[in-house]
Design a protein around this ligand. Structure first.
Ligand code: F6P
Length: 358
């Protein structure tokens, strides 16, 4: 996200705009004061190699309420700010779109209460919103890669490589839980990239061969793993996404997989939960690059924006930076969850990532 902040500030300056940094996410927008600061070129130096976000982020309850959004609008108008570039997941981006849609009525209410100039609703008629997607989960439809996902995947691969030393030496099995909320992208990509033996995904519950195994995924997994062991394999790595479920939508837990491997295959098994390790550290090249080129596109989208066009979201498709209607991307993303809840897993997979589904 730091690369995104740096790019947006510098491109905005270059295009003749006055950029501000809002610290601590929507909390800063609501509180104002020192949390909103004009940004100079040198304020964003040295950020490309820094993980996380130096400007801070926070889950903000009050922004979900109208009184919070009134304070936010007041802070924006007082500083003559007329555009917001928001980097976050679908919740943050939906909040931004709501602020934009309520903008005229928020200003009328503020003017009536004497908090801003009476004619502000006319002079500040429109708030431009541009979304950038920051999430390690890579769970937003309409973009191939969200900011943070590549670094997280890289970190997971490093961890799996490290675990394989013990696994190989002791002939052990490891069940490794990875993040991703309800999205299996991190788990799937990590499995492919490290040659893991099995992966449990939210969008594609086991068994893979339902004709043979019915709902009995434990037997399917054990059959395959014991074949591998019989042919001389010393290590077993199983990745379980935190949102992994079975076909009845019941969570699949790492501890249950461990019990299964120990009781059925007598494998010496350990569970490792990677946790927040996978959310931090030095960003990989892909995140620095994607966040930078998207930051350029975000400022250009602000400059192009009109009240009549839907708020755009900047993303990547087939290695190209794209701009797509923000709420359409959010709508599709929510549909994935609906398909999973209706147990229509192929449709969930198709929507999540058509390439992945193929
Ligand atoms: O959405 C990013 C994510 O890291 C998820 O993968 C995970 O489920 C969640 O956030 C963890 O949130 P917290 O840091 O609040 O525990």
């Amino acid at each position: 996200m730091n690369a995104a902040v740096r790019a947006v500030v510098r491109v905005a300056l270059q295009r003749g705009c006055r950029p501000y940094i809002i610290h601590e996410g929507y909390e800063g927008l609501v509180q104002g004061g020192k949390l909103i600061q004009e940004a100079r070129w040198q304020d964003v130096q040295g950020l490309l190699a820094v993980g996380g976000t130096v400007i801070g982020t926070a889950r903000c309850k009050s922004f979900r309420e109208r009184h919070g959004r009134l304070d936010a609008a007041c802070n924006l108008v007082q500083r003559k700010m007329d555009a917001l570039v928001v980097c976050g997941g679908d919740g943050s981006l939906t909040g931004a779109d709501l602020l934009r849609s309520e903008w005229p009525s928020l200003l009328e209410e503020l003017a009536a209460a004497g908090r801003i100039e009476p004619d502000a609703a006319v002079t500040h008629g429109h708030l431009s919103i541009v979304g950038m997607v920051g999430s390690i989960d890579n769970d937003m439809c309409s973009t191939d890669l969200t900011i943070g996902a590549a670094t997280s995947l890289h970190r997971i691969c490093e961890c799996l490589d490290s675990l394989s030393s013990t696994a190989m030496s002791h002939q052990r099995a490891f069940v490794v839980e990875v993040m991703g909320r309800h999205c299996g992208w991190l788990g799937m990509m990590a499995a492919i990239s490290t040659g893991a033996d099995w992966v449990f995904l939210p969008e594609c519950p086991p068994p893979l061969c339902a004709e043979k195994y019915g709902e009995d995924w434990q037997t399917e997994m054990c059959d395959r793993l014991s074949q591998q062991r019989s042919s001389g394999k010393r290590i077993t790595i199983i990745i379980v996404c935190e949102g992994a479920i079975d076909t009845n939508l019941r969570p699949i837990r790492a501890e249950d997989i461990k019990t299964c491997l120990e009781s059925r295959l007598q494998l010496d098994t350990r569970v490792t939960t990677l946790g927040h390790i996978q959310r931090g550290g030095t960003p990989c090249f892909a995140d620095r690059y994607v966040a930078t080129v998207q930051g350029v596109a975000a400022v250009d989208a602000v400059l192009r924006d009109t009240p009549d066009t839907p708020a755009p979201m900047i993303g990547m498709q087939q290695n190209e930076v794209i701009s797509t209607p923000l709420m359409e991307a959010v709508r599709l993303t929510r549909q994935v969850a609906d398909h999973i809840n209706q147990r229509d897993f192929p449709k969930a997979m198709q929507l999540r990532d058509p390439g992945f589904a193929r």
